[in-house]
Structure formats: structure tokens, C-alpha cells
Design a protein around this ligand. Structure first.
Ligand SMILES: Cc1cc2nc3c(=O)[nH]c(=O)nc-3n(C[C@H](O)[C@H](O)[C@H](O)COP(=O)(O)OP(=O)(O)OC[C@H]3O[C@@H](n4cnc5c(N)ncnc54)[C@H](O)[C@@H]3O)c2cc1C
Length: 474
């Protein structure tokens, strides 16, 4: 059974539905109130309506009868508004009107339903420890005593006015206590990331579009002009729900002893093993999305194309990283810049780390072969070489997946080659354990076990859940 794809129409974009947010019950009402107040501090709503219309700034009244100050808005003087507006005008091709800019400034994140949903999704996927910490902080900030300890004010955080909240957040960012600095950094990045992805006015005013208007035509024209191969038609192994749930019968992916490599960087090896007559099974915890579903909306991509919804942080939150988490790994969302490992790095590996192979002509040959296979060239990109199959490539949304199939990432190049050589594929399989056995040549990985989660009933991934047709498989 193959995954639901639309390989026949690679350039008719099909939006991937976003899943409903999970229940927000991990925090109580007061904790959410505190958290929304924190989010409204990270991206503060600013009252600038009067300034926009050229009058002196007066406190406007909202539809609920409250003044902006009551509603948590911060006031902006006419001069400051003008200075920001001029600055924006000078750097935008089609700047918005003063009124639209003022409306944008007054946007309040916590009043945007998409923002709230997105926040729930994000917090439901962070580590339980991080969620617990945030739960403790929001609980404390909802009490007078806790708020005093963390902010110096004797009111719950959500009762502070915008200015006071902002100065609290600033003081946390400069705190000498690492945990408080880390918390401020995390809150700021969660708030700004969520807002950028869900603010209707930010998207409208910045001119950002999920799929560039002329993208389909350009991609189709480029494909026609260069006889681009059709997108791969993947067939993924499926496992009956009953067998995996009851533990009887066949229990998920099984494979021979030689092919344990899960990581993308071994894909090439898999293809070679396949040609050599070995049995190869490639497993990936993410899912395949065909070019027809790419580039994806950034909020949907976050769930479907990136590891851990796009942010992986160290325990102390001091370092964050972004990594791909779909079929093809980082290669499906990277910018395709393909630089050969520089000589000084190879020299260092060879001289100081005992990795002499990297300084041999054989390694250079391998690099050439890889670049050749992916069509790495700087002929069209002009600035840096890209793996665009040696062809011109229209994109700009590479990090949301390649809709033209032009980028020769693993999902478009190495994995189809592995399939042609007989490799088998499982998507949605998260390896939890790798077993090792003793071989004559030493200890080697001999098997993997983990959890397979099937696609949902429509063949998509929006409604999948671990309580569905899935189970531990070995
Ligand atoms: C937005 C972005 C842009 C980038 N741009 C460039 C660029 O232009 N040029 C460049 O050279 N590099 C770029 N990179 C970096 C590059 O993509 C990565 O270095 C590269 O993909 C790493 O390859 P990898 O094989 O080590 O792992 P990955 O490509 O990260 O693949 C690991 C895969 O394993 C899966 N996985 C993880 N755990 C499990 C598990 N337990 N069970 C099953 N599957 C699992 C993940 O879902 C993932 O798909 C970019 C990265 C990003 C995120």
C-alpha cells in the first residue's frame, strides 16, 4: 500500500491540513492567563491608531469599551510612530499604509485564536521536564507571593501593566541566574516564533506568501525545459493494526542483519548495499510529503517537516538547533547549498584525529561522485553551489520543502536510487532501541525496535495519533 501522494500533479499545490490542537489541560486557567500575559509582553500590542491618522496621540477605546492601556496596549508617541513608519517604508518594496501599520502594531497575540492553538501545540510537544518548569513558573507568577519573588511586584503577573511586564522580562534576560536567563530566552523565542507564524497582519503586510504566485508556472516550465524526472513514487511498508496491537503474528518491520543504518547520512551506503544484493530497510520516524504538497505552510511544516516542531534545545535552554524530521531528513528542508569539505578540515581530521582516509584521493572521488549524482553546480545559483540537478531552480521556500522536485535532496535522489536497488521503506517508525551482537569483526548493530505510527484513515498525517493503528514493532 502506498502513501497518499499526488505524483501526477507535482505543480498543483495541495495544502496539508493541520491537526487540531491537543487538549490544553496541562495548565490551569490561571497558568494560561499568566502565559498569555507573557506572550503579550514578548510581542506587545501597541496603541497607535491616533498617531496613524495624523492626530496627536489620544488613548483610543476598544470595541469592548476598555482603553488600550486597560487592555494591555502600550502607547506610542506620534514621533516614534512616524520614525518607525519611515524606517519601514525605506526598506519595503510595497509598504503598507499608516492605518494598516497601526493595525499591525496593535495586534495582540493572545487574542489571535491561531496563536493560542499554535502555542498549545508547541507546549504539548516540548519535553515533560520543560513543560513542568514552565508550569511551575506560570503557577508562581499567578500568585502574589510567587510573583513578588520573580518580579518584585506584589501582583500576579497578568495584573501588571505592559511597561512593568516588559521591564520584568528585560531583567530576566539580564539575570545572573542561568535558569532565569534561559527561561526568558525560551519564552521570547516561543512568543516571536508563534506570532510570526500566526499573525494575519504580519503575513499580509510583509507580503509573505506560502506558495509564491508564479511558482507553479516557473516550476512546470523549468521541468518541461529540462526533462526533469517525475517525482518518486514511494511504496512504504504497512503493518496491520491488529497484529501490532495484540502482539500476535507479524509485529512490524523486520529486516536482515546487515542494514541497521537509520541516519540519512548512510543513504548512499544503503543504495550500494542494495545493488550488492543485501537486504536494506530504511526507517524514518517522519513521513513523506510529495512535491505536490510542498512548499508547506510554515505552521504545518513545523509539525510535519521538522524535528520536535522545529526547536531542539539543550536542557539549560542555552543552545537551540533546528533539524529536519521528515522523509529525507534535513535534506528535505535545507537550502541545498552543497560545499565540499574544505581542505583545512580534512587536514585536521587526518593529522589530529586519526582519520587519514579523508585526505586521500579516494575520498575526493567519493565527494565528486556525490556531487555528480545530485547535480551540484553553481552555474545557476551563482553564489554557492546547490544540489539542484545542474538545472536552474526556482524556490525561495526551500526550508518548507521543494515543490518543484528540483532540489536533489535525499528524498528526490538517494532514496529513489535505493528503491531502484531493492531497498524497502518504512515511514513513521521511531527507533527506540538498537540491539548489538558480537560478530567476528567486532560488535555490530543487529536490530532495531521502536514504534510505528500509521497514517490516518485519509492517508494523511493530520489525525494520526499514537492511540491509533500503531504499536511496538521490532
Ligand atoms: C533549515 C535548514 C537549512 C539547512 N541548509 C543547509 C545547506 O544549505 N547546506 C548544507 O550543507 N546543510 C544545510 N543544513 C544542514 C543539513 O541539512 C544537515 O546537516 C543534514 O541534513 C544532516 O544530515 P544527517 O544525515 O546527519 O541527519 P538528518 O538529515 O537530520 O536526518 C536525521 C533523520 O533521522 C530521523 N530520526 C531521528 N531520530 C529518529 C529515530 N529515533 N527513529 C527514526 N528516525 C529518526 C529524523 O526524523 C531525520 O529525518 C540545513 C539544515 C536546516 C534545518
Amino acid at each position: 500500500m502506498s502513501a497518499q501522494t499526488d505524483n501526477n500533479h507535482p505543480h498543483s499545490h495541495i495544502a496539508v491540513p493541520i491537526s487540531d490542537p491537543p487538549p490544553a489541560t496541562f495548565f490551569d486557567d490561571t497558568q494560561w492567563r499568566v502565559l498569555y500575559a507573557l506572550m503579550d509582553t514578548v510581542v506587545p500590542p501597541i496603541a497607535a491608531a491616533a498617531a496613524a491618522s495624523g492626530e496627536e496621540l489620544v488613548v483610543a477605546v476598544n470595541s469592548d469599551g476598555k482603553s488600550p492601556a486597560d487592555n494591555g496596549h502600550q502607547a506610542l508617541s506620534k514621533e516614534l510612530f512616524e520614525s518607525h513608519y519611515q524606517k519601514m517604508q525605506s526598506c519595503m518594496v510595497t509598504p503598507p499604509s499608516r492605518e494598516a501599520f497601526a493595525a499591525y502594531l496593535s495586534e495582540k497575540p493572545s487574542e489571535i485564536q491561531d496563536f493560542r492553538n499554535h502555542l498549545v501545540r508547541t507546549l504539548s510537544t516540548i519535553s515533560p521536564d520543560a513543560r513542568k518548569q514552565l508550569g511551575t513558573v506560570t503557577y508562581l507568577l499567578g500568585t502574589k507571593f510567587g510573583s513578588y519573588a520573580l518580579t518584585g511586584h506584589t501582583k500576579p503577573f497578568y495584573e501588571l501593566d505592559g511597561e512593568a511586564r516588559e521591564s520584568v522580562l528585560r531583567s530576566w534576560r539580564g539575570s545572573c541566574i542561568t535558569a532565569i536567563r534561559g527561561m526568558a530566552k525560551s519564552l521570547t523565542s516561543i512568543g516571536t516564533k508563534t506570532w510570526v507564524q500566526t499573525s494575519p497582519l504580519f503575513r499580509e503586510l510583509s507580503g509573505y506568501v506560502d506558495v509564491p504566485e508564479d511558482y507553479a508556472e516557473k516550476a512546470a516550465a523549468a521541468a518541461a525545459a529540462t526533462e526533469r524526472p517525475p517525482p518518486p513514487e514511494y511504496v512504504f511498508k504497512q503493518f496491520p493494526a491488529a497484529a501490532s496491537e495484540t502482539g500476535s503474528g507479524r509485529r512490524g518491520p523486520r529486516h536482515g542483519r546487515r542494514h541497521r543504518g537509520i541516519r540519512v547520512r548512510r543513504r548512499r551506503l544503503r543504495a550500494r548495499l542494495g545493488r550488492g544484493g543485501h537486504r536494506v530497510l530504511v526507517v524514518e520516524k517522519g513521513y513523506y510529503f510529495p512535491p505536490s504538497q510542498l512548499p508547506m505552510r510554515s505552521d504545518t511544516a513545523e509539525t510535519n517537516l521538522f524535528l520536535n516542531r522545529g526547536v531542539i534545545s539543550t536542557d539549560d535552554n542555552s543552545v537551540s538547533a533546528v533539524a529536519g524530521g521528515a522523509w529525507g531528513g534535513g535534506g528535505s528542508v535545507n537550502w541545498g547549498v552543497s560545499l565540499k569539505t574544505p581542505g583545512y578540515v580534512l587536514d585536521d581530521w587526518a593529522a589530529n584525529r586519526g582519520l587519514g582516509f579523508f585526505n586521500t584521493p579516494k575520498f575526493q572521488e567519493s565527494l565528486e561522485r556525490v556531487c555528480d549524482f545530485m547535480g551540484v553546480s553553481d552555474e545557476h545559483a551563482k553564489v554557492t553551489p546547490h544540489n539542484s540537478g545542474g538545472r536552474d531552480h526556482h524556490c525561495g521556500h526551500c526550508h518548507l520543502g521543494c515543490g518543484s522536485g528540483g532540489k536533489q535532496g535525499p528524498a528526490a535522489s538517494w532514496l529513489p536510487a535505493a528503491a531502484r536497488a531493492g531497498a524497502e521503506f518504512v515511514e513513521g517508525f521511531e527507533v527506540e532501541r538498537i540491539d548489538f551482537e558480537d560478530f567476528a569483526s567486532g560488535k555490530k548493530a543487529a536490530g532495531v525496535s521502536g514504534k510505528w505510527v500509521s497514517r490516518d484513515a485519509d492517508g494523511g498525517t493530520a489525525a494520526r495519533s499514537t492511540s491509533g493503528p500503531c504499536g511496538k514493532s521490532r
